[in-house]
Design a protein around this ligand. Structure first.
Ligand SMILES: CC(C)(COP(=O)(O)OP(=O)(O)OC[C@H]1O[C@@H](n2cnc3c(N)ncnc32)[C@H](O)[C@@H]1OP(=O)(O)O)[C@@H](O)C(=O)NCCC(=O)NCCS
Length: 142
């Protein structure tokens, strides 16, 4: 997991956040966080961490995703996202939110990836992560 996250995310702060979400989901899988992985030739090449927003009424959440750079654009991310959404739907989710950094060039792939999967932007808070990196809230109804 550490190698995948180190390979997939440029920024230390994002690596730490994704590792924490993944480790917590692996240690104690629950509605706060489940983790699914994609394995090729015995290597972990992708993961998604997903769960529910505590206190909300059945609102699913994509907490983190990573696909190894060498195997991107082969549908692995979409397969992981679809599996996560299927699990959330079967657990009763009404819709799904992803809170994502946006604004800098490095965020374009994930933003486009979610848009391609039917997510639309519900809100945006400028300067949330860094001066050039806003928080965007993306939503997909089930
Ligand atoms: C975002 C990410 C998970 C996508 O994984 P992936 O396996 O490459 O995605 P897929 O192959 O399933 O792509 C599905 C569709 O999403 C869109 N997409 C994916 N990557 C894209 C990119 N770099 N630019 C534009 N569109 C992209 C395309 O529409 C693509 O379909 P196509 O290849 O037929 O055109 C991967 O790029 C990644 O791990 N990025 C770094 C980590 C990250 O930003 N995580 C999110 C924050 S936790």
């Amino acid at each position: 997991m550490r190698a995948l996250v180190a390979d997939s995310l440029e920024r230390p702060a994002e690596r730490v956040a994704v590792m924490e979400a993944a480790e917590s989901a692996l240690r104690r899988p629950s509605a706060d966080g489940w983790a699914l992985g994609a394995v090729e030739s015995g290597q972990l090449v992708g993961c998604v961490v997903h769960g529910f927003f505590a206190g909300a009424d059945r609102v699913g959440r994509i907490l983190a995703m990573a696909v190894a750079p060498a195997v991107r654009r082969q549908g692995i991310g979409r397969a992981l996202l679809d599996a996560a959404m299927t699990q959330l739907a079967s657990e009763g989710a009404r819709f799904i939110l992803a809170e994502i950094p946006t604004g800098a060039a490095e965020h374009v792939p994930y933003t486009r990836f979610l848009a391609n999967a039917g997510f639309t932007q519900e809100g945006r808070i400028d300067g949330y992560f860094r001066a050039e990196a806003a928080l965007a809230i993306m939503r997909r109804d089930l």
